[in-house]
Write a protein that binds this ligand. Structure first.
Ligand code: PGA
Length: 251
């Protein structure tokens, strides 16, 4: 895994009220206080961010948001700017999750604008990409991912992407209990690293962190993390319970 620092990230999606978020974040901060050789991040809903930031102060756990809007401010009812996220204590932001693409019409073009806005505000973007079951069955996995990476990262230099994280999340594995086998995930991660090398620079391909996401649980994380090109995980359902997520963090 070269010397990439593993990142275990929890995407809480639309779960947890403010008190619930604070409680889980507090438990997690205590449970992972011994961890020094990997990064840990949680992404609560927007409403919990500022409170969770307080709870996480001085802990090993970083804070991320699940989305942002690319404008700095303006008449955009219901949207949240990068500076607002940074001021609430976020250092990461998840961009282009398949649920955003599926239910909210997000595209590779909107991802691109969001990544650019995140980088400008010093937020680390976690770009989610992945193929559907139908695309995998018709052997389009690599072409779909190539398109998502090419369009999503269009116009950025290697320097722009120094902190960017890619999360490979096969749509058929999200929330379904069907994890990609570690061989399937490794094959795709290696493909993505070569793609980054081809489109950007070898140095970036070596340093960029590529996470796997899709039904990651305490009982499959160890075998996934044993693969050379898997640098961490983006965890949905199993990140909602602090003890379960802590087991994943301690793989
Ligand atoms: P899951 O979700 O772990 O519940 O499958 C992963 C994700 O959507 O990021």
């Amino acid at each position: 895994m070269e010397n990439r620092i593993p990142l275990i990230a929890g995407n809480w999606k639309m779960f947890k009220t403010c008190p619930e978020a604070v409680e889980t974040a507090g438990q997690l901060a205590r449970l992972v206080a011994d961890v020094t050789d990997r990064d840990v991040m949680i992404a609560p809903p927007f409403t919990g961010l500022a409170l969770v930031a307080e709870t996480l102060k001085g802990s090993q756990v970083s804070l991320g948001a699940q989305n942002l809007f690319w404008e700095t401010e303006g008449a955009y009812t219901g949207e949240i700017s990068p500076a607002m996220l940074a001021s609430a204590g976020c250092t990461y932001v998840i961009i282009g999750h398949s649920e955003r693409r599926q239910y909210f019409g997000e595209t590779d073009e909107t991802m691109n604008k969001k990544i650019s806005a995140a980088i400008k505000s010093d937020l680390t973007p976690v770009l989610c990409i992945g193929e559907s079951e139908k695309e995998r069955e018709s052997k389009e996995t690599f072409s779909v991912l190539d398109k998502q990476v090419t369009k999503g990262l269009k116009g950025f230099s290697s320097a722009d992407m120094e902190t960017l994280v890619i999360a490979y999340e096969p749509i058929w594995a999200i929330g379904t209990g069907k994890t990609a086998t570690r061989e399937q995930a490794q094959e795709v991660h290696l493909f993505l690293r070569s793609l980054i090398e081809k489109k950007f620079e070898k140095g970036l391909a070596k340093s960029i962190r590529i996470l796997y996401g899709g039904s990651v649980k305490p009982d499959n994380i160890t075998e996934l993390m044993a693969m050379p090109d898997i640098d961490g995980a983006l965890v949905g359902g199993a990140s909602l319970d602090a003890e379960t997520f802590s087991k994943i963090v301690h793989y």
